[in-house]
Write a protein that binds this ligand. Structure first.
Ligand SMILES: NC(=O)c1ccc[n+]([C@@H]2O[C@H](COP(=O)([O-])OP(=O)(O)OC[C@H]3O[C@@H](n4cnc5c(N)ncnc54)[C@H](OP(=O)(O)O)[C@@H]3O)[C@@H](O)[C@H]2O)c1
Length: 164
């Protein structure tokens, strides 16, 4: 019986996903920040995060430019989910027009989930900040203009390398 438990623990430790979380958690205040949590997609991501963070014991926060809207989303989460009676989620001011606020946000977390829009104008602001602060980046975009631009730039870079 004891051997079996030890085997299970060893397997969990060797899982790359677990190792990643353990390594990064010690370095940053939050495991995950959702920027754009006040939007349609951000609200859904926030509700899911509320549930998943309890299962996986993650530290997380929401970010955006309108603190009141973000507070309303969190109030909805506190009302609908058990386990938030004495737990409050932090709100971080981060405006895509103000790069310093985006840098401050990315520095405090291991992962940023970007739910802002429009990506074709703002997308690269958050990506750049994540690259500069070595922060993992996740986005949810389905905007054709942004995806096309990304695809176009990649293709042009590949072509340039081939020509050189
Ligand atoms: N809607 C869908 O069904 C769906 C499905 C899959 C993927 N997506 C993708 O999800 C992304 C978001 O779409 P959405 O429909 O959720 O958009 P949305 O409801 O308009 O939400 C946009 C979010 O971006 C924030 N934002 C805009 N300008 C900002 C700024 N200067 N600084 C900080 N935050 C700013 C907004 O904050 P405020 O609240 O302060 O305005 C809001 O939280 C898009 O790329 C879309 O392609 C959407």
């Amino acid at each position: 019986m004891e051997g079996k438990i030890l085997d299970q623990e060893t397997t969990a430790e060797q899982n790359p996903a677990n190792i990643q979380i353990a390594n990064t958690r010690s370095k940053r205040k939050y495991d995950i920040i959702i920027i754009g949590a006040s939007g349609y997609t951000g609200r859904h991501v926030t509700m899911d995060m509320g549930r998943l963070s309890q299962t996986y014991n993650l530290t997380w926060a929401v970010a955006g430019r309108n603190i009141k809207k973000l507070q309303n989303i969190l109030n909805e989460l506190y009302k609908t989910l058990d386990g938030y009676e004495d737990k409050k989620i932090d709100i971080i001011y981060a405006n895509l027009y103000d790069f310093e606020t985006i840098m401050k946000m990315t520095q405090t977390t291991s992962v940023v989930i970007n739910c802002t829009t429009p990506y074709y104008i703002f997308g690269e602001v958050v990506v750049k900040s994540c690259v500069l602060t070595s922060t993992h980046y996740v986005d949810v975009t389905g905007e054709p203009l942004y995806l096309w631009r990304k695809w176009h730039i990649n293709m042009m870079n590949r072509l340039k390398r081939t020509i050189q």
